[in-house]
Design a protein around this ligand. Sequence first.
Ligand code: GDP
Length: 195
Amino acid sequence: MEIKTAVFAGSFVSQAQFPKDHLPEIALVGRSNVGKSSLINCLANRKALAKTSSRPGKTRTLNFYKVNNKFYFVDLPGYGFARVSKQQKEKWGKMIEDYLQKRNNLVGVIMIVDIRHLPSEDDILMYEWLKYYGIKTAVVATKADKISRGKQLKNFEEIKKALGFHRDDYGAIVSSTSRQGKNELLKIIEKLLET
Ligand code: GDP
């Protein structure tokens, strides 16, 4: 698959506002600063479709991007940012959870982690949660350009082990900077859309 068009469709906070055209949706989740916006831009061949390095702490929304007029990428608020109040965290958590739990159009989740680090407690909770709700997931380890190829494989195995990776899920090593793994991830997206 090639992404030919990607259009920002809106920032929303509740179900009532979400698009009503019943296209399948693929959500992207990950810790703040993990490289989620960069990955969306890389996949869509765009420089600033998703804003990168968005200032943490500002209003968090679910951002919808319509791709090839066929499906949506749904950019969920980054989690695990330390410098926000517990109340804020709970609000974001509820928004993410509501979406993942109730959205019928959701066909899969791309969970992004940093290839250099073991998953955080939040990452592990997120993955367990996705599995509990039976949501097909692609675990995508990004920023691969920052380490050697040999280390990439080794780290990814350790990340998967720490998460309790399910064999029937997808996994990919990518870099938005070098574009390593981009085609592999596009193939995974295609598979998620088929299911
Ligand atoms: P987000 O908060 O998850 O959306 O993260 P961003 O996409 O804004 O990325 C956070 C920082 O990591 C930025 O400074 C990016 O330039 C950098 N970054 C993102 N992806 C990559 C990557 O694949 N390789 C490298 N070297 N840096 C990256």
